[in-house]
Design a protein around this ligand. Structure first.
Ligand SMILES: *Cc1c(COP(=O)(O)O)cnc(C)c1O
Length: 358
C-alpha cells in the first residue's frame, strides 16, 4: 500500500478537516463522529451506525449484544483475519469453524446450513472476504428458519453490493473496520457497527463507553472504545472518494484478470449478483513460490492472505480439525498489489510479469 501517495492526493482536504477539529478542541464525541455515523449508515443502507475504535471491537460488541448464554457456539469461516474468530472468544463464546469453497475462498454455506439444521451452532458470523459478499440471502434464510442470529463481518466489503443492496445490512448487525489497510482507512484505528435495530444500536452505544446511559449513570459493564474526532474527520474526507477509488481498483482488477487468464493461473470467481470492491486481488497458483519469486524479481511485492487457516492458530486450540479446501488454498494463494494510486506503468509492469512466467 502507498498511503503516502494517497495522502498526496487528499492533502489539503485532510489538513482542513483536522484543523477544524483541533481549532474547536472537541476531540471526542463531536459532530464529525455523528456525521460519519450518518454517512456509514446511508452507505450500508441501515438505519443506524455506531462508531467504535476498531473492527475487532465492532465484532466483539455485536457478539456481546446478542446476549447469548456464555460459551455459545458461533459458526465462522476458517479463512479470514484472526479477529473474525478471536472476537468470538473475547465475547465469551466458542468458534465453530467451517471450511471454504475453493472458487471464492468464502465460507462453505452448504456445510454451515447443515450445521444450523442440526442445531450444532447457536449463531453465525458471516465473513465477506477480499471485497465480495458471500450468499448472505441464503444463509440469512437458513438462520431465520432455525431462529439463530446472524452477524456480518463486513470489514473488507465497504462499498460492495449484492443483488442491488449494500453489504452488511442483512443480519442483526454488520461490523466494519477502518484500519489503515482497508478501502477507507483511518490514520490509526477505527470501526463501526451498522444495524436496523434501534435497541441493538443503543446497546452498542452503552458498550462502547462504560455502559454510560447519560447523567453519570452507568448501567452495564462496558468498554472505552471511541472513534476520535480527528479520525472521523479524516474518514469523512476519504468517504468522498470511495466510488472513485473503487472504480480505479476495478479497472486495475480487469487488467489483472486478463493477465491471469493468459498466464493460465486461477483467479477468484465473483459470485453472480455481486459488485466487488476489489479490496484484495487473490490468485491461485500451482507453484506459488516460483511465481511469487518471478514477480518479485520484476520489482513487485506480493502477499499471502491468509497463510495459516484460523483453526490451525494456537489461540483456538483445535488444530486436529481437518478442512481440505482451506489447507489446499493456504498452500496456493497469493495476493497482487491493488490500490487506487498504482500508476498505469506499475500495473502494466505487474501484468507483464504475469504474462512472462517461466
Ligand atoms: C481487518 C479485519 C477485522 C478487524 O478489524 P480491525 O479494525 O483491524 O480491528 C476483522 N475481520 C476482517 C475480515 C478484517 O479484514
Amino acid at each position: 500500500m502507498r498511503l503516502d501517495r494517497q495522502f498526496d492526493s487528499i492533502r489539503s482536504e485532510v489538513s482542513v478537516a483536522i484543523n477544524h477539529v483541533l481549532e474547536r478542541g472537541n476531540v471526542l464525541q463531536s459532530e464529525e463522529v455523528v456525521i460519519f455515523e450518518r454517512r456509514i449508515a446511508d452507505l450500508c443502507g441501515t438505519r443506524y451506525a455506531v462508531a467504535v475504535n476498531s473492527g475487532t471491537d465492532a465484532l466483539t460488541f455485536a457478539l456481546i449484544a446478542l446476549d447469548l448464554p456464555r460459551g455459545s457456539r458461533i459458526g465462522v469461516t476458517t479463512m479470514s483475519f484472526v479477529a473474525s474468530a478471536s472476537a468470538i472468544l473475547a465475547a465469551g463464546h466458542t468458534p465453530v469453524f467451517f471450511d471454504i469453497v475453493p472458487e471464492t475462498m468464502l465460507m462453505d454455506l452448504e456445510a454451515t446450513i447443515s450445521s444450523i439444521a442440526l442445531h450444532e451452532i447457536d449463531a453465525v458470523l458471516a465473513v465477506h472476504l477480499y471485497g465480495q459478499a458471500l450468499d448472505i440471502e441464503t444463509l440469512h434464510a437458513a438462520a431465520n428458519a432455525y431462529g439463530i442470529p446472524l452477524i456480518e463481518d463486513a470489514a473488507q466489503t465497504l462499498g460492495a453490493m449484492r443483488n442491488g443492496r449494500p453489504v452488511g445490512g442483512t443480519g442483526v448487525a454488520g461490523c466494519l473496520s477502518f484500519d489503515p489497510t482497508k478501502v477507507i482507512g483511518a490514520y490509526g484505528s477505527g470501526g463501526a457497527i451498522v444495524t436496523n435495530d434501534e435497541s441493538f444500536a443503543k446497546k452498542i452505544q452503552l458498550l462502547r463507553y462504560h455502559g454510560h446511559a447519560g447523567d453519570q449513570r452507568y448501567v452495564i459493564q462496558g468498554f472505552n472504545s471511541q472513534l476520535d474526532s480527528i479520525q472521523a474527520a479524516i474518514l469523512n474526507v476519504k468517504l468522498n472518494h470511495i466510488a472513485e477509488w473503487r472504480e480505479r481498483r476495478a479497472s486495475i482488477a480487469a487488467l489483472y484478470d486478463d493477465a491471469i487468464d493468459q498466464a493460465g493461473l486461477r483467479r477468484m470467481v465473483t459470485l453472480q449478483g455481486n459488485i466487488h470492491n476489489y479490496h484484495k486481488y487473490v490468485v491461485w497458483a500451482p507453484d506459488r513460490i516460483a511465481i511469487q519469486q518471478h514477480i518479485y524479481s520484476a520489482g513487485v511485492q506480493t502477499k499471502i492472505q491468509y497463510p495459516i487457516p484460523l483453526h490451525r492458530q494456537t489461540i483456538f486450540n483445535c488444530s486436529t480439525l481437518v478442512f481440505p479446501n482451506v489447507e489446499e488454498a493456504a498452500e496456493h494463494i497469493f495476493s497482487l498489489p491493488i490500490y487506487a494510486e498504482l500508476t498505469n506503468e506499475e500495473v502494466s509492469q505487474i501484468c507483464t510479469a504475469l504474462k512472462t512466467l517461466p
